[in-house]
Design a binder for this molecule. Sequence first.
Ligand code: ATP
Ligand code: MG
Length: 569
Amino acid sequence: MRWSKSLICTLREDPKDAEIVSHKLMMRAGLLVKLEGGLYSYSPLGVRVLHKVERIVREEMDRAGACEVLFTALQPISLWEESGRAGIMGKSMFRLKDRNESTMVLGPTHEEVATDYMRTLVSSYRQLPATIYQIQTKFRDEIRPRFGLMRCKEFVMKDAYSFDLTSEDADVSYQKMYDAYLRIFRRCGLDAHPVEADTGAIGGNHSHEFMVLAPSGEDGILHCPQCHYAANQERAERQAPPCDWSKPSAEPRAKVATPGAHTVDEAAAALGIPSDQVVKSLVYVADGKPVMVLVRGNADLCEPKLRRLLGASELEMADPETTAKVAGPFGSIGPIGVSIPVYADHALQEARDVAVGAGEDGFHVVHCNLMEDADVKIAAWGDLASVVAGDRCPRCGAPLQLERGIEVGHVFKLGLKYTKSMKFTVLDSNGQSVTPVMGCYGIGVSRTVQAIAEQNNDKDGIVWPASVSPFQVALLSLDPANEAVSSAVDALENALEASGTDVLVDDRAERPGIKFKDADLVGCTLRVTVGARSLEKGGVEIRVRKTGETFLVPVSEAPAKIRELLAGL
Ligand code: ATP
Ligand code: MG
C-alpha cells in the first residue's frame, strides 16, 4: 500500500479526550477515527490490525475444533423473554421497534441465539459435543464509554458456545477454549493471565477472565505470589483479618453521644476505639427494595458480591431520603430494630463487641453483638467486602498483591441456564430426553487490538508485535523524485509482496524527519529506508522497531534479510 493514496493521517498532539496511552497512540498513529464517544471507525491501518487479530482467533478456534457460524446482530426480544434475561439486561441493551411494532434488540451477546440455533438443528446425542463461534459486532449501551476501543457502544467480539451431554464433557470443552485463549493471546504478543471471575448477567457458576496487566486497567486483580491464586476483585474471596474484639463484651450495650460524627473514622475517634470496631452500615436499593448491608469499619462493600448474594439485577445505593425513611439519618444509621432485611459480611461474625449507628443523629450504640442481640436480625451472612492488597490469600494465607488489568477474554461454564429455560433437549443413546450442558466464551477482539498497543509502546509510538503489525514493513522512500531511489523502492516492494510480506510504502512528498517520526508512531515491526545517500553507502537500511537494531544491506539482499528478521520476531 502507498501512504500517499491511503488517507492515513497522523496527529501531532494527543486528542483531548484520550486518557490512556493506547488510546492516545491509536488516534495519533491514525488507526482510528472518532465518530463520537464509544463509536470509532477503523482507518486502513486500524482495520489491518483488527483483521490480523481476527485471523489468529479464527485459526485457534478452528484448531480447537470450534465451527464458525454467523448470527444476526438483530434479535427478537422474545428470545430474551424466554431465557428470562430481558429484564436483567436493563438499559445496557439497545432496543428498537420494527415497522410492526415488534421489539427487537441489537445483540449485546448471543447465548439466546446460539441456543435457538442449536435447538433448531440438533436433536440427537450423536450431534454432540459441538462448539460454535462467530466474530461479530456487538452493541452495548455502556454507562461510560471511554478509553477508545476499550469500552465502546459498538465493538467486535468473538463469541463461542459449547454444548455437551454431560457436565464432565462440558469441562473438557471449557478447557479446550481456555487453552485456545492462552494460545491466541500469546500469538498476539500479549501477556494475558487467567483469573477467577464473577459471572454477572451472563450467569453460570464458574468462570475465568483473561487479563492484560496494565495500570490503566479498569479491573482490580488480586494475586498470590506464593500459590499463584488470582482472582478479579469482584470475585476474590476475603479472609477476615483477625480482631481483638472477638469476645462478647462484659459491659452492657449503651447508647453514646457522638455529636457531629458521621463517618466511621469520626465515630471511632469520638468513641475512642479502632475504626475497624465500628460497623459500616449502608442502605442499598435492590430491584426496587431497600436493604441494609453491614461490613467492618475498615472494609469496603464489594457491590458485585452483594448483587450475587441477593440475586439482584439492579442495585444502587439508596438516596438520603430513602435511607432516612428506612434506617435513620445518613451517617448515623445502624441495624438495631430496622424493618428492612439486613445482610452482613462474614467478617463480622468474629466481631462480637462492636459499635453501630443508633439510627438517631449524633448517637452510636457500643458493645453491640450482631450474633446475639435479639433486636438485630441478620437475613443472611456472606462474603461481601472487597479484598485489598495485603489481605490473606484464601488458598494459602500469604499476603495478596493488587494489580490492575484489562479484561480481554472471558470463559464461562453455564450449566443448564439457557438450555433449560429455552427447552433445548436431545435424545440420548437410550432414547431418553436430556438437556445439554452449555459453556460460553468471549474475546473482545477490538479491545484486544488496543490492549496490544497498551502493552507494546515506547516514547516514540506503538511497537506492534510482528504477528499483528498493520504492515510488517514500513518502506520509506526518502527521495521519491530520484529515479534510482524509486526504482529500488519498487523492486523491494514487489519482491516483498511476492513472498507474502506486507509493505507500507511511504512515498509522500514529506521531509525525512517527518517520515521517520511517523514510522515510529505507527510502529510497523521493521522500518526499511531507501534514499540517495543510503544507496551511495551501498544499499538500504533495515531497522527493528522494537530494539532499534539497524542493518545496512545491498538492495538485492534486503528481501532475504527482512524475511530472516521477521521470522525471528
Ligand atoms: P466489562 O466487565 O469490561 O464490561 P463484560 O464482562 O461485560 O466486560 P463480557 O460479556 O464478558 O464482557 O464480553 C466478552 C468480552 O468482550 C470481554 O472480555 C471484553 O474483552 C469485551 N467487551 C465487553 N464489553 C466491551 C465494550 N463495551 N467495548 C469493547 N469490548 C468489550
Ligand atoms: Mg466479562
